[in-house]
Write a protein that binds this ligand. Sequence first.
Ligand code: DGL
Length: 274
Amino acid sequence: MGPIGVFDSGYGGLTVLKSIVDVLPKYDYLYLGDNARNPYGSRSFEVIYQYTKEAVDYLFSQGCELVILACNTASAKALRTIQQNDLHRWGPNKRVLGVIRPSVEYVIESSRTGVIGVLGTEGTVKSESYPLEISKFSLKRNMEVFQQACPMWVPLIENQSIHTSGAAFFVTKNVEELLQQSANIDTILLGCTHYPLIKPIIELNIPNYITVLSQGDLVAESLKSYLERHTWMDSQCSKNGVVSFLTTESSTLFDERATQFYGEQVNSQQIVLG
Ligand code: DGL
């Protein structure tokens, strides 16, 4: 038995972890932020795959049986290859899940017009994962997906510069670029786990008939349902209500900044990947 591993390139996955812990408080969790190598957003497939594989490998070596990639960029670029090429090497009972599939299932249900906007990193947008997955899971409906990459947002968030005029400029610019692509968008998915931190600033630029969705709650509900349906996995997850944190950056820096994302004080440990 071991904790549920939750991985992100940096702090963004803490927004997902927070929702998961609220919905499933009895489980143990081990969070890993690859802060020293963040952001992943504009990196190549090979690098994101390699970094993500190293992180998953580390979490499995710490006793995790299930790892959630709480990062869209890693889910978009590395998840499928890890599931196909690597998972079997870690053992038959290990699983890695991402955040794209649960988000897709939810947005398909929630949109009335069938026209979805996705805001994400360059990597997520260029991977076309959202349009591809939405068309795969919306067989009965004809849906349209418009995407906008927001390459400056993660660095601004990671560097605690979200309340600057520079941040406001880039948020307005990218949101306008998305809205200009279609007048029929009724649902915008924040397809990056960092973006919930600037949701109020994003919403200032969006007409209120458009619903803006963060992923934390969707992923948490989906994990709950996964564990109910896969009781063999549930029985491999330890349940003492302990949440631990690992980072590849300085733990002092991580602890200082993580509070903003997680909502409470954390005590992390620094590790080396690769
Ligand atoms: N939180 C990651 C995501 O959901 C951020 C990616 C990055 O490091 O740029 O895509």
